[in-house]
Design a protein around this ligand. Structure first.
Ligand SMILES: CCCCC/C=C\C/C=C\CC/C=C/CC(=O)SCCNC(=O)CCNC(=O)[C@H](O)C(C)(C)COP(=O)(O)OP(=O)(O)OC[C@H]1O[C@@H](n2cnc3c(N)ncnc32)[C@H](O)[C@@H]1OP(=O)(O)O
Length: 278
């Protein structure tokens, strides 16, 4: 079909506009109008306050520029995003913890509540907050031999309801409950079988192409009708989130600042560091 051909990456040698922040870059293809938002905070796109602020402003910029769609991906070759930056939670004071959590909420609502067609080209591991971003999108293509999932219970912590919303939108209730209580990280292959991702792809280029094709399926649909229909599906979760968002920050701060939770974080960090030195 014509519009799908136009969207093929290889065929799109047309000018692109570039916008960037310290830890994100955005390329908007002038022909397709689709924006590719790349996360670039080496080594693992862990989510600290600055990164989350950059991500939020890029998402709103794409939305305000009237792009035709948004594709989220990573500039890192094997990690999509490692989730919240544990270094920024460990030994942090209450104000810092509150700011971090507020910014995570802000990014989630910007992406989950976006009226644009959104897709994730998951070119690496996507645990915890990485999975949160991917599941806030409407479509996911993922590289093999990676993991994705909400592993909070494995870390002895509870993901609040809004953080599970994307998961619950995608997975059947029974499967979502089991995966969340197990804190399961799915391999790419398991994620496809469960329906957590839509496609397995062999390269980042193929992931981007699949995402473009997905966004292309809306080419002949009225954008406002599309957007309002999408948001009707998400309205209940968004409304529930808005009601509890301040209390949710307080709950997070109170939990994350407890000495025993700080100890878990410290041990977890140490293990991560030991593993990376091997
Ligand atoms: C962990 C306890 C949290 C306790 C919180 C308490 C209360 C909160 C209440 C509710 C919160 C619920 C929500 C939580 C959302 C989250 O996102 S928590 C973060 C969870 N993330 C993870 O568990 C992922 C950990 N990382 C990995 O599994 C691997 O790094 C990877 C992503 C699979 C990549 O592996 P790879 O081999 O490529 O890289 P390395 O492991 O060698 O890592 C390189 C480098 O990066 C550092 N690093 C990795 N992840 C993080 C991170 N999330 N934050 C900070 N730093 C991270 C790693 O230590 C290495 O550093 P280096 O040794 O200095 O090179």
């Amino acid at each position: 079909m014509m519009h799908l051909n136009l969207l093929r990456l290889g065929a799109c040698r047309v000018p692109s506009r570039l916008m960037s922040t310290k830890s994100t870059s955005v390329e908007i293809n002038d022909k397709t109008g689709v924006a590719i938002l790349s996360m670039c905070r080496p080594p693992v796109n862990s989510q600290n306050v600055q990164f989350l602020r950059d991500l939020k402003s890029s998402i709103y910029e794409i939305e305000n520029n009237k792009s035709r769609g948004l594709i989220l991906t990573s500039a890192n070759s094997n990690v999509f995003s490692a989730g919240l930056d544990i270094l920024e939670m460990y030994n942090a004071d209450k104000e810092q913890l509150g700011t971090l959590w507020t910014e995570l909420q802000n990014v989630w609502i910007a992406l989950y509540g976006s009226g644009l067609p959104t897709a994730a080209a998951i070119n690496g591991h996507a645990p915890a907050g990485g999975c949160l971003l991917a599941t806030a999108c409407e479509y996911r293509a993922m590289l093999p031999n990676c993991v994705i999932g909400l592993n909070e219970t494995q870390l002895g912590i509870i993901a609040p309801k809004w953080l599970m919303s994307g998961y619950q939108n995608i997975l059947p209730q029974r499967l979502a409950e089991r995966a969340l209580t197990q804190g399961r990280l799915f391999t790419t292959e398991e994620a496809l079988k469960a329906g957590l991702i839509d496609e397995i792809v062999n390269s980042k280029e193929e992931a981007l192409e699949k995402c473009l094709n997905f966004i292309g399926t809306f080419a002949k649909v009225n954008p406002l009708a599309r957007s309002l229909t999408k948001l009707q599906f998400r309205a209940a979760n968004i409304k529930e989130f808005e009601k509890i968002r301040q209390k949710d920050v307080e709950d997070f701060v109170s939990l994350a600042s407890r000495p025993e939770v700080q100890k878990v974080m410290g041990d977890y960090l140490e293990n991560l560091k030991k593993k990376s030195k091997k």
